[in-house]
Design a binder for this molecule. Structure first.
Ligand code: HIS
Length: 368
């Protein structure tokens, strides 16, 4: 058969990965629940405009779209869940006192894959805190992301890279022509020092103000003067909440993957991984009545985390020969065993991928 069973970028999750995926999801949502975040579960697809217009600077660019034969309207499959959480907070939960703390988990579908991220069908697990984007709110969300990863079984190797997605808007929008401003953003995105210097050499130090957090912050403070002082103090306070075992870096002009995040954003990495395992930051929700509402949150990318082996517990399965007393079997399950009952006399522990077999009423390791 040509082309395989599934389109490129789609995959089945088999045992034991599918089990690891649901344990990861549970662990993250439980930590969020413990901090007051309650779960919402929006649908897989909705009106395209919801994705395009709910978040300031958001778009439906990444979404697979189709015309719904029933409503005759264009629907989009969600490429990201944050806009849906924003819609819920702004509409059906619009009357709730702020801040509102919500969590979510579910599949998303990207229109295009990239070389670094060939998967189109992915799963997000995240939280959004709606109504505030203060330093205290940001600090809560960032530390929650780290706590959730730890609860999911990540012991070490967590790294956070902070960015200031609207930094250039603040520093340069009023001082450059629109064309130069666009070119500057483009060259900074490409980290092209010669290109930046050709537009305005005074922005060149921004490229150098990247790397380990403290020295990069010092460089950025030196360049940016008073305009950014309060933001940089805020960022320092967020980073301070993380403790010494998280590697913190700053890449102040990084905008890739931060379409709608504004005053601060962050990418999460695990050592050994190729790309980010999550992103987050502060953004603005557009309410239907033209008013705006600040928010902050993060999404973890389950597939990227699972690819690093997180949450795969040792498989321990106990084979129960035919005729095993059901009461004894129940006792063993209550003691934590996974039991696999033989259904006929020909069945074997090996065929059932069992690590143990019940011999004379007690579990014994199967020699393989
Ligand atoms: N949903 C964003 C991350 C985010 C959540 N909240 C704010 N930002 C992403 O997946 O990249």
């Amino acid at each position: 058969m040509s082309g395989g069973l599934l389109p490129e970028g789609f995959h089945d999750r088999l045992p034991p990965m599918a089990g690891a995926a649901s344990r990861l999801e549970r662990a993250v949502l439980d930590v969020a629940h413990g901090h007051g975040y309650e779960q919402v579960d929006p649908p897989l697809a909705e009106f395209e405009d919801s994705f395009a217009a709910r978040l300031k600077s958001g778009s439906a660019r990444d979404a697979v779209r189709f015309v719904d034969p029933v409503s005759q309207r264009t629907l989009a499959i969600r490429p990201d869940m944050t806009a849906q959480i924003g819609r819920i907070a702004a509409t059906r939960m619009g009357h709730h006192p702020r801040p509102v703390r919500l969590s979510y988990a579910g599949p998303v579908l990207k229109l295009r894959a990239t070389e670094l991220k060939p998967e189109r069908a992915q799963r997000q697990i995240g939280v959004e805190l709606i109504g505030l984007d203060s330093v205290a709110a940001a600090r809560e969300v960032v530390t929650l992301a780290v706590e959730a990863l730890r609860a999911a079984g990540v012991e070490d190797g967590i790294a956070i890279d902070f960015t200031l997605p609207d930094l250039i808007d603040i520093m340069a929008a009023d001082t450059l022509t629109a064309a130069d401003f666009a070119a500057l953003r483009d060259r900074l995105d490409a980290k092209d020092a010669a290109g930046v210097a050709a537009i305005d050499a005074s922005y060149l130090p921004l490229i150098a103000a990247a790397g380990p957090f403290e020295p990069a912050m010092a460089k950025l403070r030196a360049i940016s003067g008073d305009a950014l002082a309060s933001r940089l103090d805020g960022l320092a306070a967020i980073a301070e909440g993380l403790g010494g075992d998280v590697a913190v870096t700053l890449d102040p002009t990084e905008r890739h993957g931060f379409e709608y995040q504004r005053w601060f954003g962050f990418s999460l990495f695990l050592s050994g991984g190729r790309g980010p395992i999550g992103r987050g930051g502060a953004y603005t929700i557009l309410r239907g009545d033209c008013s705006e509402e600040p928010a902050v949150g993060f999404s973890l990318y389950a597939d990227a985390i699972l690819a690093l082996g997180v949450g795969q517990d040792e498989r321990r399965r106990l084979f129960l020969p035919i005729g095993t007393d059901p009461a004894r079997a129940a006792e063993l399950r209550a003691a934590g065993w996974v039991t696999v009952q033989a259904l006929d006399g020909d069945d074997t522990p090996e065929a059932q991928l069992c690590t143990h077999a019940l011999r004379s009423g007690e579990p014994a390791a199967v020699n393989r």
